[in-house]
Design a protein around this ligand. Sequence first.
Ligand code: GDD
Ligand code: MN
Length: 250
Amino acid sequence: MASRKSSAKCKEGADKYSVLLPTYNERENLPLIVWLLVKYFGETGYNYEVIVIDDGSPDGTLEIAEQLQKIYGSDKIVSKQTSKLLSIGTAYIHGMQHATGNYIIIMDADLSHHPKFIPEFIRRQKDGNYDIVSGTRYSGDGGVYGWDLKRKVISRGANFITQILLRPSASDLTGSFRLYRKEVLQKLVEKCVSKGYVFQMEMIVRARQLGYSIGEVPISFVDRVYGESKLGGNEIVSFVKGLLTLFATT
Ligand code: GDD
Ligand code: MN
Protein backbone atom coordinates (compact mmCIF):
# COMPACT_ATOMS: atom_id res chain seq x y z
CA MET A 1 0.00 0.00 0.00
CA ALA A 2 2.71 2.43 1.03
CA SER A 3 4.62 1.80 -2.19
CA ARG A 4 1.52 2.34 -4.31
CA LYS A 5 0.97 5.68 -2.63
CA SER A 6 4.49 6.82 -3.26
CA SER A 7 4.44 5.67 -6.87
CA ALA A 8 1.25 7.70 -7.41
CA LYS A 9 3.08 10.65 -5.93
CA CYS A 10 5.98 10.29 -8.34
CA LYS A 11 3.83 9.68 -11.39
CA GLU A 12 1.58 12.70 -10.93
CA GLY A 13 4.20 14.77 -9.17
CA ALA A 14 3.67 17.84 -11.32
CA ASP A 15 -0.07 18.15 -10.73
CA LYS A 16 -1.44 20.20 -7.90
CA TYR A 17 -5.06 20.54 -6.85
CA SER A 18 -6.38 23.73 -5.27
CA VAL A 19 -9.66 23.20 -3.43
CA LEU A 20 -11.76 26.36 -3.11
CA LEU A 21 -14.07 26.34 -0.11
CA PRO A 22 -16.39 29.35 0.06
CA THR A 23 -17.71 29.84 3.57
CA TYR A 24 -20.36 31.90 5.23
CA ASN A 25 -21.08 30.85 8.83
CA GLU A 26 -19.54 27.39 8.61
CA ARG A 27 -17.65 27.20 11.90
CA GLU A 28 -19.14 23.82 12.82
CA ASN A 29 -18.52 22.28 9.41
CA LEU A 30 -15.07 23.60 8.55
CA PRO A 31 -12.90 21.39 10.84
CA LEU A 32 -14.55 18.22 9.57
CA ILE A 33 -14.48 19.07 5.86
CA VAL A 34 -10.82 20.05 6.13
CA TRP A 35 -9.99 16.85 8.03
CA LEU A 36 -11.70 14.78 5.35
CA LEU A 37 -9.89 16.63 2.56
CA VAL A 38 -6.53 16.03 4.23
CA LYS A 39 -7.45 12.36 4.71
CA TYR A 40 -8.49 11.69 1.10
CA PHE A 41 -5.71 13.70 -0.49
CA GLY A 42 -3.27 11.96 1.84
CA GLU A 43 -4.47 8.59 0.60
CA THR A 44 -4.13 9.48 -3.07
CA GLY A 45 -0.76 11.14 -2.61
CA TYR A 46 -1.56 14.15 -4.80
CA ASN A 47 -0.22 17.58 -4.04
CA TYR A 48 -2.99 19.93 -2.89
CA GLU A 49 -3.99 23.05 -1.00
CA VAL A 50 -7.31 24.10 0.52
CA ILE A 51 -8.27 27.75 0.16
CA VAL A 52 -11.02 28.93 2.51
CA ILE A 53 -12.70 32.09 1.22
CA ASP A 54 -14.74 33.56 3.99
CA ASP A 55 -17.08 36.48 3.49
CA GLY A 56 -16.81 38.04 6.92
CA SER A 57 -18.89 35.39 8.69
CA PRO A 58 -20.15 36.72 12.02
CA ASP A 59 -19.86 33.24 13.60
CA GLY A 60 -16.05 33.30 13.60
CA THR A 61 -15.43 30.92 10.68
CA LEU A 62 -12.24 32.83 9.86
CA GLU A 63 -10.74 32.18 13.30
CA ILE A 64 -11.43 28.47 12.83
CA ALA A 65 -9.73 28.60 9.42
CA GLU A 66 -6.70 30.25 10.99
CA GLN A 67 -6.51 27.53 13.65
CA LEU A 68 -6.71 24.85 10.98
CA GLN A 69 -3.91 26.59 9.14
CA LYS A 70 -1.75 26.21 12.24
CA ILE A 71 -2.65 22.54 12.61
CA TYR A 72 -2.14 21.42 9.02
CA GLY A 73 0.39 24.01 7.84
CA SER A 74 -0.01 27.17 5.79
CA ASP A 75 1.10 25.38 2.62
CA LYS A 76 -1.98 23.15 2.93
CA ILE A 77 -4.62 25.47 4.37
CA VAL A 78 -4.86 29.04 3.14
CA SER A 79 -7.48 31.36 4.53
CA LYS A 80 -8.65 34.49 2.77
CA GLN A 81 -11.22 36.96 3.83
CA THR A 82 -13.06 39.22 1.46
CA SER A 83 -13.83 42.69 2.75
CA LYS A 84 -17.56 42.26 3.05
CA LEU A 85 -20.30 39.80 2.21
CA LEU A 86 -20.27 39.69 -1.56
CA SER A 87 -21.60 36.59 -3.27
CA ILE A 88 -20.66 33.04 -3.91
CA GLY A 89 -19.43 33.72 -7.47
CA THR A 90 -17.21 36.53 -6.26
CA ALA A 91 -15.80 34.25 -3.58
CA TYR A 92 -14.69 31.73 -6.24
CA ILE A 93 -13.00 34.46 -8.28
CA HIS A 94 -11.21 35.71 -5.22
CA GLY A 95 -10.07 32.22 -4.26
CA MET A 96 -8.89 31.41 -7.76
CA GLN A 97 -6.52 34.36 -7.73
CA HIS A 98 -4.67 32.78 -4.82
CA ALA A 99 -4.66 29.24 -6.19
CA THR A 100 -1.26 27.77 -7.02
CA GLY A 101 -2.53 24.45 -8.41
CA ASN A 102 -2.93 23.62 -12.10
CA TYR A 103 -6.32 22.08 -11.28
CA ILE A 104 -9.05 23.68 -9.21
CA ILE A 105 -11.76 21.87 -7.31
CA ILE A 106 -14.79 23.85 -6.21
CA MET A 107 -17.06 22.45 -3.53
CA ASP A 108 -19.35 23.47 -0.68
CA ALA A 109 -17.93 23.62 2.83
CA ASP A 110 -21.04 22.32 4.62
CA LEU A 111 -20.34 18.59 4.03
CA SER A 112 -23.02 18.32 1.36
CA HIS A 113 -20.16 17.44 -0.98
CA HIS A 114 -18.09 14.58 0.41
CA PRO A 115 -14.34 14.66 -0.27
CA LYS A 116 -14.45 10.87 -0.83
CA PHE A 117 -15.54 11.61 -4.41
CA ILE A 118 -12.43 13.63 -5.23
CA PRO A 119 -10.21 10.65 -6.20
CA GLU A 120 -12.91 9.69 -8.71
CA PHE A 121 -13.00 13.25 -10.13
CA ILE A 122 -9.24 13.10 -10.62
CA ARG A 123 -9.34 9.64 -12.23
CA ARG A 124 -12.12 10.67 -14.57
CA GLN A 125 -10.28 13.83 -15.60
CA LYS A 126 -7.14 11.88 -16.39
CA ASP A 127 -8.93 9.02 -18.18
CA GLY A 128 -10.83 11.33 -20.51
CA ASN A 129 -8.36 14.25 -20.48
CA TYR A 130 -11.34 16.48 -19.69
CA ASP A 131 -11.24 20.25 -19.21
CA ILE A 132 -13.95 20.00 -16.57
CA VAL A 133 -15.33 17.17 -14.46
CA SER A 134 -18.72 17.96 -13.01
CA GLY A 135 -20.32 16.16 -10.09
CA THR A 136 -23.82 15.13 -11.00
CA ARG A 137 -26.78 14.38 -8.78
CA TYR A 138 -28.94 13.56 -11.76
CA SER A 139 -27.24 10.68 -13.50
CA GLY A 140 -25.97 7.20 -12.63
CA ASP A 141 -25.70 6.60 -8.89
CA GLY A 142 -26.00 10.30 -8.10
CA GLY A 143 -28.71 11.59 -5.80
CA VAL A 144 -29.94 14.12 -3.26
CA TYR A 145 -30.57 13.25 0.38
CA GLY A 146 -32.30 15.31 3.04
CA TRP A 147 -33.99 17.97 0.93
CA ASP A 148 -37.69 18.68 1.30
CA LEU A 149 -39.99 18.45 -1.69
CA LYS A 150 -39.92 22.19 -2.32
CA ARG A 151 -36.14 22.28 -2.59
CA LYS A 152 -36.10 19.19 -4.83
CA VAL A 153 -38.66 20.72 -7.15
CA ILE A 154 -36.70 23.98 -7.36
CA SER A 155 -33.48 22.17 -8.23
CA ARG A 156 -35.05 19.77 -10.73
CA GLY A 157 -37.07 22.63 -12.22
CA ALA A 158 -34.01 24.83 -12.66
CA ASN A 159 -32.17 21.98 -14.36
CA PHE A 160 -35.12 21.03 -16.54
CA ILE A 161 -35.83 24.54 -17.81
CA THR A 162 -32.17 25.21 -18.46
CA GLN A 163 -31.83 21.92 -20.37
CA ILE A 164 -34.70 22.92 -22.62
CA LEU A 165 -33.66 26.50 -23.22
CA LEU A 166 -29.92 26.11 -23.51
CA ARG A 167 -29.24 22.42 -24.20
CA PRO A 168 -25.83 22.33 -22.56
CA SER A 169 -25.75 18.49 -22.52
CA ALA A 170 -24.57 18.06 -18.96
CA SER A 171 -26.90 16.41 -16.48
CA ASP A 172 -26.43 18.66 -13.42
CA LEU A 173 -26.26 22.33 -14.27
CA THR A 174 -26.73 23.93 -10.88
CA GLY A 175 -24.45 21.69 -8.85
CA SER A 176 -21.23 23.14 -7.55
CA PHE A 177 -18.91 20.18 -7.01
CA ARG A 178 -16.54 20.42 -9.96
CA LEU A 179 -12.95 20.09 -11.07
CA TYR A 180 -11.52 22.51 -13.64
CA ARG A 181 -8.21 22.97 -15.39
CA LYS A 182 -7.08 26.27 -13.94
CA GLU A 183 -6.77 28.07 -17.27
CA VAL A 184 -10.24 26.87 -18.26
CA LEU A 185 -11.75 28.20 -15.05
CA GLN A 186 -10.01 31.53 -15.64
CA LYS A 187 -11.43 31.78 -19.18
CA LEU A 188 -14.92 30.90 -17.96
CA VAL A 189 -14.84 33.37 -15.11
CA GLU A 190 -13.90 36.13 -17.58
CA LYS A 191 -16.95 35.26 -19.68
CA CYS A 192 -19.47 34.88 -16.89
CA VAL A 193 -21.64 37.79 -15.90
CA SER A 194 -23.63 36.32 -13.00
CA LYS A 195 -22.29 36.23 -9.48
CA GLY A 196 -24.91 34.51 -7.31
CA TYR A 197 -26.00 30.86 -7.36
CA VAL A 198 -26.80 31.11 -11.07
CA PHE A 199 -23.04 31.27 -11.61
CA GLN A 200 -22.74 27.44 -11.60
CA MET A 201 -25.24 27.11 -14.38
CA GLU A 202 -23.71 29.87 -16.46
CA MET A 203 -20.26 28.31 -16.10
CA ILE A 204 -21.33 24.99 -17.58
CA VAL A 205 -23.38 26.59 -20.36
CA ARG A 206 -20.45 28.81 -21.38
CA ALA A 207 -18.10 25.83 -21.16
CA ARG A 208 -20.14 24.03 -23.80
CA GLN A 209 -20.21 27.11 -26.03
CA LEU A 210 -16.46 27.46 -25.83
CA GLY A 211 -16.07 23.80 -26.74
CA TYR A 212 -14.55 22.58 -23.49
CA SER A 213 -14.92 18.89 -22.75
CA ILE A 214 -16.95 17.91 -19.70
CA GLY A 215 -16.82 14.59 -17.87
CA GLU A 216 -19.26 13.66 -15.12
CA VAL A 217 -19.01 11.84 -11.82
CA PRO A 218 -22.21 10.79 -10.02
CA ILE A 219 -22.24 12.22 -6.49
CA SER A 220 -24.61 12.04 -3.57
CA PHE A 221 -25.51 15.46 -2.20
CA VAL A 222 -26.45 15.26 1.47
CA ASP A 223 -28.17 18.25 3.02
CA ARG A 224 -26.19 20.04 5.69
CA VAL A 225 -26.56 19.11 9.38
CA TYR A 226 -25.09 22.31 10.87
CA GLY A 227 -25.99 25.84 9.86
CA GLU A 228 -28.33 27.14 7.21
CA SER A 229 -28.51 27.31 3.44
CA LYS A 230 -28.04 30.81 2.01
CA LEU A 231 -30.18 30.12 -1.00
CA GLY A 232 -33.28 32.25 -0.59
CA GLY A 233 -36.09 33.66 -2.69
CA ASN A 234 -33.84 36.41 -4.08
CA GLU A 235 -31.48 33.81 -5.50
CA ILE A 236 -34.34 32.09 -7.28
CA VAL A 237 -35.40 35.38 -8.86
CA SER A 238 -31.85 36.08 -9.97
CA PHE A 239 -31.51 32.53 -11.32
CA VAL A 240 -34.50 33.06 -13.59
CA LYS A 241 -33.18 36.46 -14.68
CA GLY A 242 -29.76 34.97 -15.37
CA LEU A 243 -31.25 32.11 -17.33
CA LEU A 244 -33.32 34.42 -19.52
CA THR A 245 -30.34 36.67 -20.11
CA LEU A 246 -28.29 33.68 -21.22
CA PHE A 247 -31.13 32.48 -23.44
CA ALA A 248 -31.39 35.89 -25.06
CA THR A 249 -27.67 36.42 -25.53
CA THR A 250 -26.23 33.03 -26.46
N1 GDD B 1 -17.75 33.18 0.73
C1 GDD B 1 -19.06 32.95 0.59
N2 GDD B 1 -19.90 34.00 0.31
N3 GDD B 1 -19.53 31.70 0.72
C2 GDD B 1 -20.87 31.49 0.60
C3 GDD B 1 -21.78 32.53 0.30
C4 GDD B 1 -21.25 33.86 0.15
O1 GDD B 1 -21.96 34.82 -0.11
N4 GDD B 1 -23.02 31.98 0.23
C5 GDD B 1 -22.88 30.67 0.46
N5 GDD B 1 -21.58 30.37 0.70
C6 GDD B 1 -20.97 29.04 0.93
C7 GDD B 1 -21.59 28.25 2.05
O2 GDD B 1 -20.96 28.53 3.28
C8 GDD B 1 -21.34 26.81 1.57
O3 GDD B 1 -20.02 26.38 1.84
C9 GDD B 1 -21.51 26.92 0.05
O4 GDD B 1 -21.23 28.28 -0.25
C10 GDD B 1 -22.91 26.54 -0.43
O5 GDD B 1 -23.86 27.37 0.21
P1 GDD B 1 -25.26 26.82 0.81
O6 GDD B 1 -25.99 27.97 1.34
O7 GDD B 1 -25.02 25.65 1.69
O8 GDD B 1 -25.95 26.34 -0.55
P2 GDD B 1 -27.09 25.26 -0.74
O9 GDD B 1 -26.77 23.99 -0.04
O10 GDD B 1 -28.40 25.89 -0.46
O11 GDD B 1 -26.99 25.09 -2.31
C11 GDD B 1 -26.26 24.07 -2.95
O12 GDD B 1 -27.06 23.60 -3.97
C12 GDD B 1 -27.32 24.57 -4.99
C13 GDD B 1 -28.30 24.06 -5.97
O13 GDD B 1 -27.96 22.80 -6.45
C14 GDD B 1 -24.95 24.56 -3.50
O14 GDD B 1 -24.19 23.44 -3.95
C15 GDD B 1 -25.14 25.53 -4.63
O15 GDD B 1 -23.89 25.85 -5.19
C16 GDD B 1 -26.03 24.93 -5.65
O16 GDD B 1 -26.25 25.88 -6.70
MN1 MN C 1 -25.47 23.63 1.46
